[in-house]
Ligand binder design. Structure first.
Ligand code: PGA
Length: 250
């Protein structure tokens, strides 16, 4: 059985004092749970601060992006080595906001995945369709294209996939557990085909308006192994409740 995995994507929120407060509260409330993996993904500027606050707890640290190059003259970029240096174990790659606002493509996602894995980070690769894509019936084609393009030449150990329908992110409009499960089952099938038995260990998170009151219904689905949480990860109580609500599954 795959161990549930919840990650909090703090996006561009939290100064260092705010991050300290949030991370300490989470450390106290969910920092010792063993039946679930939990990662906090603050902005770059708060990574080291959060690393220090969660030291000695079971909470893990992740970044929200990375550079595809190892080092060099790439103004504004942050490498895998630098993320490891400040205590990261995970990195989110290809979030829809990066695809939408910063020109990320399946090809850049692929390069970043390779950089993460060769640098020693466990990637959380995001996929998901927009509302027009869903309404035109092309959801599974989009997901297939993102998986085909993003995962070319990528080994599957340590990989996590996050299915995040773009229309459900930050909108309060969560996919129904059945809608999410349909796409998760498709992703699971793609992974099985690509990786064989080793794919059984890959966790697939759902993301998009996950809240304490909808997480249990999602987690009970056979192919939903966790959640990537945005807005609700910024409050101690709601994120703790989501994490606790995810431990009692199946
Ligand atoms: P949300 O964001 O939970 O605020 O919808 C999810 C995400 O963008 O990862």
């Amino acid at each position: 059985m795959r161990k549930p995995f919840i990650a909090g994507n703090w996006k561009m929120y939290c100064t260092k004092p705010e991050a300290t407060k949030l991370a300490s509260g989470l450390a106290a409330s969910i920092g010792s749970l063993e039946e679930i993996d939990v990662a906090l993904c603050p902005p770059y500027t708060a990574l080291e601060t959060v690393h220090n606050v969660i030291a000695g707890t079971r909470l893990r640290l992740g970044a929200q992006d990375l550079a595809w190059e190892k080092e060099g003259a790439f103004t504004g970029e942050v490498s895998a080595l630098m993320l490891i240096d400040v205590g990261c174990e995970f990195v989110i790659i290809g979030h829809s906001e990066r695809r939408q606002f910063f020109g990320e493509t399946d090809q850049s996602v692929n390069r970043k995945l390779k950089a993460a894995i060769s640098g020693g980070l466990d990637p959380i690769m995001c996929v998901g369709e927009t509302l027009p894509e869903r309404e035109s019936g092309s959801t599974l084609d989009v997901i297939r294209r993102q998986l085909d393009g993003g995962l070319t030449g990528i080994a599957c150990e340590k990989l996590t996939i996050a299915y995040e329908p773009v229309w459900a992110i930050g909108t309060g409009r969560v996919a129904t557990p059945e809608q999410a499960q349909d796409v998760h089952a498709f992703i699971r099938g793609w992974l099985n085909h690509a990786y064989g038995p080793a794919a059984g260990g890959i966790r697939i998170q759902y993301g998009g308006s996950v809240k304490p009151d909808n997480v249990a219904g999602l987690m009970v689905q056979p192919d939903i192994d966790g959640a990537l949480v945005g807005g609700a990860s910024l409050k101690i109580e709601s994120f703790s409740d989501i994490v606790r609500g995810s431990t009692k599954r199946k």
